[in-house]
Every structure is written in C-alpha cells, then in structure tokens.
Design a protein around this ligand. Structure first.
Ligand code: ZN
Length: 413
C-alpha cells in the first residue's frame, strides 16, 4: 500500500481542533480543567460529535459513558478497529493529553474518507470515560468497564468531592445527548491503536517525531498504616512513646533506600501522609501513607513489592504496622505484530521511529486484554504533562496522525 491515505491528513485542521477543544475548560494559565463528565467535558463531546457527524460518522455511547464515532465498513458484521483515547483532563491539565489520541483518530478517519477508500471493517473513534481519575477514582473506568476488567456496578456509586456519583454524572451526560444511542459493553473488537503524547522526555531528546510503544510499565500501590499511641508532647517519656509519625518517617526512608537503583528505573513515591490527630502538641497515634511503586520488568516489580511488608515491619520501632496492597497492575508488552504495523506504516511515509516503553498508564492497558493493541507516542515539550504548560508541536502531531491513518487503513482492510 502506498501513502495515499496519509496524504489526506491535514496538519492545520488537526492543530485547529486541538485549540478548539482546549476552549472547553480553558484555565487562565492556558491549560485545561475538563474533568470527566463535567459540563466542560460534555461540551467537548458535543463538538467532537458535530465534527464526526459532518463526516458521516455515527455516534453512539455505552453504559459506561464511552463515546464512539463509527465509520461503517463494507462488512457490517465484522468487529471494528478502535482508535482513540480520552477527553477528560486533570484539574490543571494541558491541551494534548488524551485529546491528541481522539483527534488523531478522527483525522485518520477523515483522511481515509477523503482518500476515497471504503474499509472492509468499521473504524470507530473512541473517547473513553474518566481516564484521569481526578474527579472519580480510580481512573480508566470507561475502558475497564468496556473490556470487562472491572464491573460497572462497582464504579456507579463512586462520588466526587461534591457528592455527585458516577451514576448521576452519567445520567446528566446522557440527558445532554438524547439522540445518541447506546450499545452494550464488551463488544468484540478487531484491534485497538492509541496515539498519545509521550508525557516523558525521550522522543524530544532523541529527535524522533513518532515512537512505537513496546509496552506499559507495571505498578503496585500500597496503603501503610502505622499505629502508635497518642501522648502529651511535654510529659511523655521517650522510652514510653509509641510515636507513629516518627516510625512512619523511618519506614519511608528505609523503603526509599531499599528501592534506590543507580539506573533510576525503579519509581518509588510516597505522595500522601496522613497523621492523627495531627496536633502540634500530641505524639502522633497513627500515620497512614501511600506507596506508588513502578517498574517495566515483572519479576523485578514482584520482588521489590514483595519486600515492602518486611521493610515496614523492621523499621516500625515500638509501633504496629499494617500493609495493604491496593493495585497490582503487572507490566505488559504490546504484540510484536501490532508494533510492526505501526513501524511499517511509518517506514512507508519516511517517518523515523524509535521503540520505547510507556511509563504512564493508558486505556490501552485494558484494551490489550481483549484485542491486539498498540500505542504510538509523539513528543511533548520537555516531557511536561499533567500540567497547564503541556505543549506539543503541530509537525509532530501531524507525523503521528499520518502514521496512525496508514495503520488504521491497513488494520481495517
Ligand atoms: Zn492520557
């Protein structure tokens, strides 16, 4: 196949759509606050639907609030090829995280239409519900429910800080689009390709406009509860104290030492520490902290995570310590055949690519469980993301969309 489809990808149209979606939830610092199922996100969905319908795509949603725009295939019964990402953002997010994957997929489908091709399989542009997990925790709800990785029934009661449940927010979203029909979760899918900004510095540093993602690094999260005894800061004798905060800080330092690697591949983070009663003149009776541990290699992630309880116990001093594992997401590798599709499409276009792993989680984690999946990355400025300063170059977005268009055209044939 020649590069006839990619020739119809329009750099300025793709960029213009990013700027227009960025108006929904625009912040004074030129970022975006467009959290899942908010009025801002609903407005972005509306604009996306309008663009899709103008192209002849058919919108539909599902019980988890995922949004699909379908280009019908010649074989109406064949499972579709899906491509997209998410429209929701962090509260101080940027213009490209997630949005790029959705708009690159839309641009690719538009290029296929304009090339005069009629693909054998349907192609659906998808915006997954609540990837970020900032309004409703955890993230990636829509793709998890779609892929059957987690039951929707467990997500519906989750509430945001204002007390609004996922169920209520979904109802508000549906009410905004009364004519958009709903299709079931867990439909068969032929393949999934997600384009995304890298959210790391590698592509920019190495001078590549497109990266072929080899896989997603694994993650284990824990909650550690250190229990001591409240006491008077002025009178309690040292040997009698069970200071939960002092024990927690010793444990955290022991963990940091144990997780240290010179190559900086292990990612160890304690991002939350809650102290009770959190009063200046009371010896802390309890300290609860979080652990976020990530590594691209499964055996290393298992070994490091398995050490956590023993390290906690050995540094707890006179206090009791309990360790609870919350998330276990092992590293995954995308199929070589799917990565080769992207690399071959790029080669046809003369776009140089490099292979790299994804350090962040994406919806493709769940799609990987139900169909051959892949990701391509484009650079973002200095790797900055989840930040209002997030920035990307039109040329790089264009290259990624051209490669995606060729890849989708091939997969749908
Ligand atoms: Zn994202």
């Amino acid at each position: 196949m020649s590069a006839e489809v990619a020739a119809h990808v329009d750099r300025d149209r793709l960029w213009d759509r990013h700027m227009r979606l960025a108006l929904h939830g625009a912040t004074p610092a030129r970022g975006v606050n467009r959290q899942a199922l908010s009025t801002e996100e609903i407005a972005a969905r509306r604009e996306l639907i309008e663009w899709g319908v103008a192209l002849g795509l058919t919108p539909h949603t599902d019980p988890a609030g995922n949004l699909f725009l379908r280009l019908e295939g010649r074989d109406r019964d064949a499972p579709p090829v899906l491509s997209g990402s998410h429209l929701d953002s962090q509260p101080t997010g940027g213009k490209f995280d997630g949005v790029y994957g959705v708009l690159a997929a839309l641009e690719a489908v538009q290029a296929i239409i304009e090339s005069g091709r009629s693909p054998s399989r349907a192609i659906e542009v998808v915006a997954w519900m609540n990837e970020e997990g900032s309004r409703f925790a955890p993230g990636m709800m829509g793709s998890a429910a779609f892929a059957g990785a987690a039951p929707l029934a467990e997500m519906l009661p989750v509430r945001d800080v204002k007390g609004v449940s996922v169920q209520q927010a979904l109802a508000e979203m549906r009410a905004a689009f009364p004519s958009v029909p709903e299709r079931p979760l867990q439909r068969p899918v032929a393949a999934y390709v997600e384009a995304h900004i890298e959210q790391g510095p590698v592509l920019e540093r190495e001078g590549f406009s497109v990266g072929v993602v080899t896989g997603i690094q694994g993650k284990r999260t824990f909650r550690v509860t250190v229990t001591g005894e409240e006491a008077h800061a002025g009178t309690a004798r040292r040997q009698e104290r069970k200071d939960a905060l002092l024990a927690a800080t010793a444990i955290i330092q022991s963990l940091a030492n144990a997780m240290h690697d010179d190559a900086d591949i292990v990612k160890f983070t304690v991002g939350r520490l809650e102290v009770r009663p959190n009063a200046p003149s009371v010896v802390a009776g309890q300290a609860v902290f979080s652990i976020d541990l990530r590594h691209p290699d499964e055996s290393t992630l298992r070994a490091l995570g398995d050490r956590v309880p023993a390290i906690c116990a050995s540094s707890a001093g006179p206090c009791d310590v309990g360790v609870e594992e919350l998330v276990t997401a092992m590293p995954l590798e995308f199929p070589v055949t799917m990565r080769a599709e992207i690399a071959a499409a790029a080669a046809r276009l003369g776009v140089r690519t490099m292979d790299l792993p994804s350090a962040a989680g994406h919806d493709s984690r769940y799609l990987h469980g139900i169909c051959p999946s892949a990701m391509l990355f484009v650079p973002c400025k200095e790797g900055i993301s989840h930040n209002e300063a997030e920035s990307a170059k039109p040329e790089d977005l264009y290259d990624g969309a051209r490669v995606l268009a060729e890849t989708l055209a091939e997969l749908a044939e």
